[in-house]
Design a protein around this ligand. Sequence first.
Ligand SMILES: [Zn+2]
Length: 511
Amino acid sequence: MELLPAERNVRILEQRGPLTEQALQRFDAAIIGCPEESAESTLRSLPHGQLWQKLYREARKSGTPKHLSARVGTAATPVVVLFVKTESSPFDRLTRAARAWKELGPPPKASVALAVHDFTAEHGALVLESLLAAGLAWSAPLPQFKSTKSDPPKVVKLTLVVEDAKVDIERTRAIDSGNHLARWLTMLPPNVLDTLAYRRALQTLARRHGWQFTFHNDAALRRAGAGAFLAVTRANIHRGAGIARLRYRPPRGRNVPRLALVGKGICFDTGGINLKTHKSMYHMHEDMQGSAVAVGTLLALAKMQVPYEIDCWVAITENQIGARAYRPQEVVRALNGTTIQVAHSDAEGRMVLADTLTLAARENPDLIIDYATLTGACVNALTERFSGAFTNRPEWNERIERAGRKSGERVWPFPMDEDFDSELESQIADVLQCTPDSKGDHILAARFLNRFVPPEIPWIHLDLSSSSRSGGLAHIPTEITGFGVRYTVYLLEEDILSPRSRSAGKMRARR
Ligand SMILES: [Zn+2]
Protein backbone atom coordinates (compact mmCIF):
# COMPACT_ATOMS: atom_id res chain seq x y z
CA MET A 1 0.00 0.00 0.00
CA GLU A 2 1.27 3.43 -0.90
CA LEU A 3 1.78 5.60 2.16
CA LEU A 4 1.47 8.73 0.05
CA PRO A 5 -1.00 9.68 -2.66
CA ALA A 6 0.32 9.70 -6.21
CA GLU A 7 0.99 13.12 -7.69
CA ARG A 8 -2.25 14.15 -9.42
CA ASN A 9 -2.17 14.99 -13.06
CA VAL A 10 -5.46 16.79 -13.53
CA ARG A 11 -5.04 19.29 -16.35
CA ILE A 12 -6.66 22.63 -15.66
CA LEU A 13 -7.16 24.90 -18.63
CA GLU A 14 -8.70 28.27 -19.23
CA GLN A 15 -10.80 28.92 -22.27
CA ARG A 16 -12.35 32.16 -23.41
CA GLY A 17 -16.15 32.08 -23.10
CA PRO A 18 -19.01 32.17 -23.46
CA LEU A 19 -20.00 28.53 -23.36
CA THR A 20 -22.07 27.91 -26.50
CA GLU A 21 -24.08 24.85 -27.48
CA GLN A 22 -21.35 23.94 -29.90
CA ALA A 23 -18.54 24.41 -27.38
CA LEU A 24 -20.44 22.33 -24.84
CA GLN A 25 -20.29 19.31 -27.14
CA ARG A 26 -16.54 19.06 -26.71
CA PHE A 27 -16.85 18.16 -23.02
CA ASP A 28 -17.99 15.02 -21.21
CA ALA A 29 -19.90 17.11 -18.67
CA ALA A 30 -20.37 20.69 -17.51
CA ILE A 31 -21.34 22.71 -14.47
CA ILE A 32 -22.58 26.25 -15.01
CA GLY A 33 -22.97 28.67 -12.10
CA CYS A 34 -25.72 31.30 -12.30
CA PRO A 35 -26.93 34.01 -9.91
CA GLU A 36 -29.90 32.76 -7.90
CA GLU A 37 -31.54 36.20 -7.86
CA SER A 38 -31.93 36.44 -11.62
CA ALA A 39 -32.17 32.72 -12.35
CA GLU A 40 -35.04 32.80 -14.79
CA SER A 41 -33.73 35.54 -17.05
CA THR A 42 -30.19 34.14 -16.92
CA LEU A 43 -31.35 30.72 -18.04
CA ARG A 44 -32.77 32.15 -21.25
CA SER A 45 -29.32 33.06 -22.53
CA LEU A 46 -27.66 29.75 -21.59
CA PRO A 47 -26.99 27.09 -24.22
CA HIS A 48 -30.22 25.07 -24.47
CA GLY A 49 -31.90 27.98 -22.67
CA GLN A 50 -35.48 26.93 -23.40
CA LEU A 51 -34.96 23.54 -21.81
CA TRP A 52 -33.49 25.12 -18.66
CA GLN A 53 -36.34 27.59 -18.39
CA LYS A 54 -38.87 24.77 -18.65
CA LEU A 55 -37.05 22.71 -16.01
CA TYR A 56 -36.80 25.77 -13.77
CA ARG A 57 -40.54 26.48 -13.93
CA GLU A 58 -41.27 22.85 -13.05
CA ALA A 59 -38.75 22.75 -10.21
CA ARG A 60 -40.03 26.01 -8.75
CA LYS A 61 -43.38 24.43 -7.96
CA SER A 62 -41.66 22.73 -5.00
CA GLY A 63 -39.54 25.63 -3.74
CA THR A 64 -36.57 27.69 -4.97
CA PRO A 65 -34.36 25.36 -7.02
CA LYS A 66 -30.71 25.14 -5.93
CA HIS A 67 -29.67 23.44 -9.14
CA LEU A 68 -31.04 21.85 -12.30
CA SER A 69 -29.61 18.94 -14.22
CA ALA A 70 -30.23 17.49 -17.65
CA ARG A 71 -28.54 15.75 -20.53
CA VAL A 72 -28.31 18.08 -23.50
CA GLY A 73 -27.42 18.07 -27.17
CA THR A 74 -26.82 15.19 -29.56
CA ALA A 75 -24.19 13.67 -27.26
CA ALA A 76 -26.56 13.83 -24.25
CA THR A 77 -23.90 15.67 -22.27
CA PRO A 78 -24.71 15.79 -18.54
CA VAL A 79 -24.94 19.42 -17.42
CA VAL A 80 -25.71 20.84 -13.98
CA VAL A 81 -26.84 24.44 -13.65
CA LEU A 82 -26.01 25.65 -10.16
CA PHE A 83 -27.65 28.67 -8.57
CA VAL A 84 -25.55 30.74 -6.19
CA LYS A 85 -26.59 33.92 -4.39
CA THR A 86 -24.35 36.75 -5.55
CA GLU A 87 -23.51 37.78 -1.99
CA SER A 88 -23.39 34.26 -0.55
CA SER A 89 -20.71 33.29 1.94
CA PRO A 90 -17.65 31.36 0.74
CA PHE A 91 -18.82 28.44 2.90
CA ASP A 92 -22.19 28.42 1.16
CA ARG A 93 -20.57 28.71 -2.29
CA LEU A 94 -18.28 25.76 -1.59
CA THR A 95 -21.15 23.71 -0.17
CA ARG A 96 -23.26 24.35 -3.27
CA ALA A 97 -20.32 23.61 -5.54
CA ALA A 98 -19.89 20.24 -3.83
CA ARG A 99 -23.58 19.55 -4.36
CA ALA A 100 -23.26 20.30 -8.07
CA TRP A 101 -20.44 17.77 -8.42
CA LYS A 102 -22.47 15.19 -6.55
CA GLU A 103 -25.43 15.91 -8.81
CA LEU A 104 -23.24 15.33 -11.84
CA GLY A 105 -23.15 11.70 -10.76
CA PRO A 106 -20.43 9.15 -10.32
CA PRO A 107 -17.14 9.24 -12.22
CA PRO A 108 -15.74 8.88 -14.78
CA LYS A 109 -16.21 12.34 -16.22
CA ALA A 110 -12.93 12.74 -18.00
CA SER A 111 -13.25 16.31 -19.27
CA VAL A 112 -15.49 18.75 -17.44
CA ALA A 113 -16.26 22.37 -18.31
CA LEU A 114 -16.80 24.80 -15.44
CA ALA A 115 -18.50 28.05 -16.38
CA VAL A 116 -20.29 31.00 -14.84
CA HIS A 117 -22.96 33.11 -16.41
CA ASP A 118 -24.23 36.63 -15.64
CA PHE A 119 -21.96 37.28 -12.66
CA THR A 120 -19.62 40.26 -12.32
CA ALA A 121 -15.97 39.35 -12.96
CA GLU A 122 -15.30 39.36 -9.21
CA HIS A 123 -18.24 37.15 -8.19
CA GLY A 124 -17.76 34.91 -11.22
CA ALA A 125 -14.17 34.23 -10.19
CA LEU A 126 -15.29 33.29 -6.66
CA VAL A 127 -17.90 30.87 -7.98
CA LEU A 128 -15.46 29.32 -10.47
CA GLU A 129 -12.83 28.91 -7.75
CA SER A 130 -15.39 27.12 -5.56
CA LEU A 131 -16.35 24.79 -8.43
CA LEU A 132 -12.69 24.06 -9.11
CA ALA A 133 -11.86 23.43 -5.43
CA ALA A 134 -14.91 21.17 -5.04
CA GLY A 135 -14.12 19.29 -8.26
CA LEU A 136 -10.54 18.61 -7.21
CA ALA A 137 -11.67 17.45 -3.76
CA TRP A 138 -14.45 15.30 -5.24
CA SER A 139 -12.16 13.52 -7.68
CA ALA A 140 -9.18 12.96 -5.37
CA PRO A 141 -8.31 9.25 -5.15
CA LEU A 142 -8.28 7.93 -1.57
CA PRO A 143 -6.72 4.84 0.07
CA GLN A 144 -8.39 1.66 -1.10
CA PHE A 145 -7.87 -1.89 0.18
CA LYS A 146 -10.57 -3.81 -1.67
CA SER A 147 -9.38 -6.96 -3.44
CA THR A 148 -11.46 -5.99 -6.45
CA LYS A 149 -10.47 -2.43 -7.22
CA SER A 150 -13.34 -0.11 -8.05
CA ASP A 151 -12.64 2.48 -10.72
CA PRO A 152 -11.06 5.56 -9.17
CA PRO A 153 -12.51 8.91 -10.19
CA LYS A 154 -11.14 9.88 -13.57
CA VAL A 155 -11.42 13.62 -13.94
CA VAL A 156 -8.38 14.32 -16.09
CA LYS A 157 -9.23 17.72 -17.49
CA LEU A 158 -11.04 20.70 -16.04
CA THR A 159 -11.68 23.65 -18.32
CA LEU A 160 -12.62 26.98 -16.80
CA VAL A 161 -14.70 28.82 -19.34
CA VAL A 162 -14.03 32.45 -18.47
CA GLU A 163 -15.06 35.74 -19.96
CA ASP A 164 -13.37 38.21 -17.64
CA ALA A 165 -13.12 36.23 -14.37
CA LYS A 166 -9.60 35.66 -13.05
CA VAL A 167 -8.98 32.55 -10.96
CA ASP A 168 -5.65 31.78 -9.27
CA ILE A 169 -5.60 28.19 -10.51
CA GLU A 170 -2.19 27.30 -9.07
CA ARG A 171 -3.19 28.45 -5.59
CA THR A 172 -6.35 26.34 -5.62
CA ARG A 173 -4.39 23.38 -6.94
CA ALA A 174 -1.70 23.79 -4.24
CA ILE A 175 -4.33 23.94 -1.49
CA ASP A 176 -5.96 20.84 -2.94
CA SER A 177 -2.64 18.93 -2.91
CA GLY A 178 -2.20 19.77 0.77
CA ASN A 179 -5.77 18.86 1.65
CA HIS A 180 -5.55 15.63 -0.36
CA LEU A 181 -2.34 14.62 1.43
CA ALA A 182 -3.89 15.39 4.84
CA ARG A 183 -7.01 13.36 4.09
CA TRP A 184 -5.02 10.49 2.58
CA LEU A 185 -2.69 10.14 5.58
CA THR A 186 -5.59 10.39 8.03
CA MET A 187 -7.62 7.72 6.23
CA LEU A 188 -4.81 5.16 6.36
CA PRO A 189 -5.57 2.33 8.82
CA PRO A 190 -3.54 2.38 12.05
CA ASN A 191 -1.69 -0.81 11.17
CA VAL A 192 -0.58 0.78 7.89
CA LEU A 193 0.34 4.24 9.17
CA ASP A 194 2.06 3.29 12.41
CA THR A 195 4.80 5.46 13.87
CA LEU A 196 7.56 3.84 11.79
CA ALA A 197 5.59 4.10 8.56
CA TYR A 198 4.67 7.71 9.28
CA ARG A 199 8.32 8.60 9.69
CA ARG A 200 9.13 6.83 6.40
CA ALA A 201 6.29 8.62 4.63
CA LEU A 202 7.55 12.02 5.78
CA GLN A 203 11.09 11.15 4.74
CA THR A 204 9.87 10.21 1.26
CA LEU A 205 7.84 13.39 1.04
CA ALA A 206 10.85 15.47 2.06
CA ARG A 207 12.99 13.84 -0.62
CA ARG A 208 10.30 14.38 -3.24
CA HIS A 209 9.97 18.09 -2.49
CA GLY A 210 13.53 18.98 -1.55
CA TRP A 211 12.86 19.62 2.13
CA GLN A 212 15.37 18.84 4.86
CA PHE A 213 14.28 16.05 7.17
CA THR A 214 15.45 15.40 10.72
CA PHE A 215 14.00 13.12 13.36
CA HIS A 216 14.30 13.38 17.13
CA ASN A 217 13.92 9.75 18.15
CA ASP A 218 13.28 8.21 21.52
CA ALA A 219 16.93 8.26 22.59
CA ALA A 220 17.46 11.87 21.50
CA LEU A 221 14.32 13.01 23.29
CA ARG A 222 15.43 11.14 26.40
CA ARG A 223 18.81 12.87 26.32
CA ALA A 224 17.10 16.23 25.86
CA GLY A 225 14.66 15.60 28.70
CA ALA A 226 11.36 15.67 26.79
CA GLY A 227 9.49 14.01 29.65
CA ALA A 228 6.01 15.12 28.62
CA PHE A 229 6.32 13.59 25.14
CA LEU A 230 8.03 10.45 26.42
CA ALA A 231 5.35 9.78 29.05
CA VAL A 232 2.86 9.24 26.23
CA THR A 233 5.19 6.98 24.22
CA ARG A 234 5.98 4.64 27.09
CA ALA A 235 3.49 1.86 26.33
CA ASN A 236 4.18 1.73 22.56
CA ILE A 237 5.22 -1.73 21.40
CA HIS A 238 7.90 -0.42 19.07
CA ARG A 239 10.17 2.55 19.65
CA GLY A 240 9.14 4.43 16.52
CA ALA A 241 7.80 7.52 18.27
CA GLY A 242 9.56 10.83 17.87
CA ILE A 243 9.37 14.37 16.58
CA ALA A 244 10.01 14.92 12.88
CA ARG A 245 11.13 18.25 11.49
CA LEU A 246 10.63 19.17 7.82
CA ARG A 247 12.30 22.30 6.52
CA TYR A 248 11.20 24.33 3.51
CA ARG A 249 13.46 27.16 2.38
CA PRO A 250 12.23 29.65 -0.24
CA PRO A 251 13.95 29.77 -3.65
CA ARG A 252 15.57 33.07 -2.70
CA GLY A 253 15.72 35.62 0.04
CA ARG A 254 17.61 36.15 3.25
CA ASN A 255 16.16 37.61 6.42
CA VAL A 256 12.74 36.40 5.39
CA PRO A 257 10.02 35.69 7.97
CA ARG A 258 10.04 32.28 9.61
CA LEU A 259 6.92 30.22 10.14
CA ALA A 260 6.65 27.13 12.35
CA LEU A 261 3.84 24.61 11.87
CA VAL A 262 3.28 22.06 14.65
CA GLY A 263 0.97 19.04 14.52
CA LYS A 264 -0.35 16.39 16.87
CA GLY A 265 0.27 12.98 15.32
CA ILE A 266 -1.22 10.27 17.54
CA CYS A 267 -1.32 7.31 15.13
CA PHE A 268 -3.73 5.55 17.44
CA ASP A 269 -5.25 6.80 20.67
CA THR A 270 -6.60 4.13 22.98
CA GLY A 271 -6.89 6.73 25.72
CA GLY A 272 -4.09 4.94 27.55
CA ILE A 273 -4.65 3.58 31.03
CA ASN A 274 -7.83 5.72 31.22
CA LEU A 275 -9.06 3.57 28.36
CA LYS A 276 -11.64 4.93 25.92
CA THR A 277 -14.93 3.11 25.37
CA HIS A 278 -15.77 1.36 22.09
CA LYS A 279 -17.46 4.32 20.41
CA SER A 280 -14.93 6.93 21.52
CA MET A 281 -12.06 4.75 20.31
CA TYR A 282 -13.65 3.78 16.99
CA HIS A 283 -12.10 6.58 14.93
CA MET A 284 -8.91 7.08 16.90
CA HIS A 285 -6.59 6.28 14.00
CA GLU A 286 -7.64 9.80 12.95
CA ASP A 287 -5.98 11.35 16.00
CA MET A 288 -2.97 12.22 13.86
CA GLN A 289 -4.98 14.51 11.61
CA GLY A 290 -3.54 17.68 13.16
CA SER A 291 -0.07 16.61 12.04
CA ALA A 292 -1.37 15.60 8.60
CA VAL A 293 -2.86 19.08 8.25
CA ALA A 294 0.44 20.67 9.31
CA VAL A 295 2.29 18.64 6.66
CA GLY A 296 -0.45 19.29 4.09
CA THR A 297 -0.17 23.02 4.78
CA LEU A 298 3.58 22.83 4.32
CA LEU A 299 3.02 21.10 0.97
CA ALA A 300 0.49 23.71 -0.19
CA LEU A 301 2.74 26.63 0.81
CA ALA A 302 5.82 25.01 -0.75
CA LYS A 303 3.94 24.47 -4.00
CA MET A 304 3.01 28.15 -3.91
CA GLN A 305 6.73 28.87 -3.38
CA VAL A 306 5.94 31.29 -0.56
CA PRO A 307 8.81 33.69 0.19
CA TYR A 308 9.37 32.66 3.81
CA GLU A 309 10.99 29.80 5.71
CA ILE A 310 8.82 27.03 7.11
CA ASP A 311 9.67 24.46 9.75
CA CYS A 312 7.06 21.76 10.20
CA TRP A 313 7.21 19.80 13.48
CA VAL A 314 5.35 16.51 13.61
CA ALA A 315 4.78 14.82 16.99
CA ILE A 316 4.45 11.13 16.17
CA THR A 317 3.42 8.47 18.66
CA GLU A 318 0.61 6.18 19.71
CA ASN A 319 -1.19 6.47 23.03
CA GLN A 320 -1.26 2.83 24.09
CA ILE A 321 -2.45 0.83 27.03
CA GLY A 322 0.07 -1.49 28.71
CA ALA A 323 2.00 -2.24 31.85
CA ARG A 324 4.38 0.65 31.17
CA ALA A 325 1.67 3.20 30.32
CA TYR A 326 1.79 6.54 32.10
CA ARG A 327 -0.74 6.95 34.88
CA PRO A 328 -2.77 9.66 36.64
CA GLN A 329 -0.85 11.38 39.46
CA GLU A 330 2.56 10.81 37.90
CA VAL A 331 4.69 13.93 37.80
CA VAL A 332 6.83 14.35 34.68
CA ARG A 333 9.25 17.07 33.65
CA ALA A 334 8.72 18.65 30.24
CA LEU A 335 11.51 19.71 27.90
CA ASN A 336 11.31 23.35 29.03
CA GLY A 337 11.64 22.30 32.69
CA THR A 338 7.96 22.61 33.62
CA THR A 339 6.76 19.82 35.92
CA ILE A 340 3.34 18.40 35.05
CA GLN A 341 1.03 16.49 37.35
CA VAL A 342 -0.73 13.94 35.14
CA ALA A 343 -4.51 13.77 35.64
CA HIS A 344 -5.82 11.71 32.73
CA SER A 345 -3.89 9.58 30.24
CA ASP A 346 -6.31 10.48 27.44
CA ALA A 347 -5.16 14.12 27.58
CA GLU A 348 -2.04 12.98 25.71
CA GLY A 349 -2.30 15.54 22.93
CA ARG A 350 -1.28 18.47 25.13
CA MET A 351 1.59 16.38 26.52
CA VAL A 352 3.19 15.69 23.15
CA LEU A 353 2.46 19.21 21.92
CA ALA A 354 4.09 20.73 25.01
CA ASP A 355 7.53 19.40 24.12
CA THR A 356 7.04 19.85 20.37
CA LEU A 357 6.10 23.50 20.88
CA THR A 358 9.22 23.92 23.03
CA LEU A 359 11.40 22.54 20.22
CA ALA A 360 9.67 24.78 17.67
CA ALA A 361 10.01 27.85 19.91
CA ARG A 362 13.74 27.28 20.46
CA GLU A 363 14.27 28.15 16.79
CA ASN A 364 12.76 31.56 17.55
CA PRO A 365 10.26 31.68 14.64
CA ASP A 366 8.11 34.73 13.86
CA LEU A 367 4.87 32.76 14.16
CA ILE A 368 3.86 29.31 15.41
CA ILE A 369 0.62 27.67 14.27
CA ASP A 370 -0.32 24.34 15.79
CA TYR A 371 -3.02 21.90 14.70
CA ALA A 372 -4.57 19.21 16.86
CA THR A 373 -7.68 17.11 17.25
CA LEU A 374 -7.36 18.06 20.87
CA THR A 375 -10.57 18.18 22.86
CA GLY A 376 -14.11 16.86 22.86
CA ALA A 377 -15.05 20.10 24.61
CA CYS A 378 -14.34 22.05 21.43
CA VAL A 379 -16.72 19.80 19.48
CA ASN A 380 -19.33 20.26 22.22
CA ALA A 381 -18.96 24.02 21.92
CA LEU A 382 -18.89 24.38 18.12
CA THR A 383 -20.12 21.06 16.65
CA GLU A 384 -18.10 19.84 13.65
CA ARG A 385 -18.87 22.92 11.54
CA PHE A 386 -16.25 25.24 13.00
CA SER A 387 -12.85 24.68 14.55
CA GLY A 388 -11.64 26.52 17.66
CA ALA A 389 -8.91 29.15 17.47
CA PHE A 390 -6.74 30.43 20.32
CA THR A 391 -3.92 32.94 20.25
CA ASN A 392 -1.49 34.76 22.51
CA ARG A 393 -2.15 37.82 20.30
CA PRO A 394 -5.83 38.59 21.09
CA GLU A 395 -5.70 41.65 18.82
CA TRP A 396 -5.52 39.18 15.90
CA ASN A 397 -8.84 37.50 16.66
CA GLU A 398 -10.72 39.53 14.07
CA ARG A 399 -8.26 38.54 11.32
CA ILE A 400 -8.21 34.94 12.51
CA GLU A 401 -11.99 34.75 12.23
CA ARG A 402 -12.09 36.62 8.91
CA ALA A 403 -9.67 34.16 7.30
CA GLY A 404 -12.15 31.44 8.25
CA ARG A 405 -15.05 33.29 6.64
CA LYS A 406 -13.08 33.98 3.47
CA SER A 407 -11.68 30.48 3.07
CA GLY A 408 -14.94 28.71 3.88
CA GLU A 409 -13.07 26.77 6.60
CA ARG A 410 -14.56 28.59 9.54
CA VAL A 411 -12.97 29.05 12.95
CA TRP A 412 -14.21 30.69 16.13
CA PRO A 413 -11.83 32.38 18.57
CA PHE A 414 -12.06 31.46 22.25
CA PRO A 415 -10.85 33.48 25.26
CA MET A 416 -7.33 32.97 26.52
CA ASP A 417 -7.46 35.09 29.68
CA GLU A 418 -4.79 34.40 32.23
CA ASP A 419 -7.14 33.73 35.13
CA PHE A 420 -8.12 30.39 33.55
CA ASP A 421 -4.71 29.19 34.77
CA SER A 422 -5.99 28.90 38.33
CA GLU A 423 -8.04 25.86 37.23
CA LEU A 424 -4.78 24.11 36.42
CA GLU A 425 -3.02 24.79 39.71
CA SER A 426 -1.31 21.72 41.13
CA GLN A 427 -0.39 21.12 44.78
CA ILE A 428 2.83 19.32 43.92
CA ALA A 429 3.88 20.35 40.41
CA ASP A 430 4.08 23.49 38.28
CA VAL A 431 0.88 22.68 36.44
CA LEU A 432 -1.96 20.18 36.37
CA GLN A 433 -2.34 18.48 32.97
CA CYS A 434 -6.14 18.89 32.91
CA THR A 435 -9.04 19.04 35.36
CA PRO A 436 -10.90 15.88 36.43
CA ASP A 437 -14.07 17.16 34.77
CA SER A 438 -14.13 18.43 31.17
CA LYS A 439 -15.64 21.89 31.72
CA GLY A 440 -14.03 24.29 29.24
CA ASP A 441 -11.33 21.74 28.49
CA HIS A 442 -10.59 23.30 25.07
CA ILE A 443 -9.75 26.60 26.79
CA LEU A 444 -7.77 24.94 29.59
CA ALA A 445 -5.84 22.86 27.04
CA ALA A 446 -4.90 26.08 25.23
CA ARG A 447 -3.85 27.71 28.51
CA PHE A 448 -1.76 24.61 29.29
CA LEU A 449 -0.02 24.83 25.89
CA ASN A 450 0.53 28.56 26.39
CA ARG A 451 3.16 27.70 29.02
CA PHE A 452 5.33 26.15 26.34
CA VAL A 453 5.35 29.11 23.97
CA PRO A 454 7.42 32.11 25.11
CA PRO A 455 5.17 35.20 25.12
CA GLU A 456 7.36 37.06 22.62
CA ILE A 457 6.58 34.49 19.91
CA PRO A 458 3.17 35.00 18.25
CA TRP A 459 1.21 31.76 18.41
CA ILE A 460 -2.09 30.44 17.06
CA HIS A 461 -3.52 27.15 18.26
CA LEU A 462 -6.25 25.40 16.25
CA ASP A 463 -8.39 22.79 17.98
CA LEU A 464 -9.72 20.90 14.97
CA SER A 465 -13.30 20.16 15.94
CA SER A 466 -14.22 20.12 12.24
CA SER A 467 -11.64 17.50 11.27
CA SER A 468 -14.30 14.87 10.82
CA ARG A 469 -17.95 15.32 9.94
CA SER A 470 -20.45 12.82 8.64
CA GLY A 471 -21.40 13.91 5.10
CA GLY A 472 -18.31 16.08 4.69
CA LEU A 473 -18.03 19.84 5.10
CA ALA A 474 -18.20 22.67 2.55
CA HIS A 475 -16.43 21.47 -0.63
CA ILE A 476 -15.00 18.32 1.00
CA PRO A 477 -17.21 15.30 0.30
CA THR A 478 -15.55 12.85 2.71
CA GLU A 479 -16.05 12.44 6.45
CA ILE A 480 -12.39 13.23 7.06
CA THR A 481 -12.10 16.86 6.01
CA GLY A 482 -8.42 17.82 6.14
CA PHE A 483 -9.70 21.10 7.60
CA GLY A 484 -6.99 23.68 8.13
CA VAL A 485 -4.89 23.67 4.97
CA ARG A 486 -7.14 26.03 3.04
CA TYR A 487 -7.74 28.05 6.20
CA THR A 488 -4.03 28.60 6.83
CA VAL A 489 -3.31 29.76 3.28
CA TYR A 490 -6.00 32.43 3.69
CA LEU A 491 -4.82 33.26 7.22
CA LEU A 492 -1.31 33.98 6.01
CA GLU A 493 -2.80 36.33 3.42
CA GLU A 494 -4.07 38.40 6.36
CA ASP A 495 -0.50 39.67 6.88
CA ILE A 496 0.08 38.12 10.25
CA LEU A 497 3.53 36.79 9.40
CA SER A 498 6.26 39.41 9.51
CA PRO A 499 9.78 39.32 10.93
CA ARG A 500 9.84 40.29 14.58
CA SER A 501 12.47 42.81 15.45
CA ARG A 502 14.79 40.34 17.15
CA SER A 503 17.43 42.88 18.14
CA ALA A 504 14.76 45.08 19.77
CA GLY A 505 13.63 42.05 21.72
CA LYS A 506 17.16 41.45 22.94
CA MET A 507 17.57 45.04 24.02
CA ARG A 508 14.38 44.84 26.01
CA ALA A 509 15.59 41.68 27.64
CA ARG A 510 18.86 43.33 28.66
CA ARG A 511 17.18 46.19 30.41
ZN1 LIG B 1 -6.56 11.17 23.77
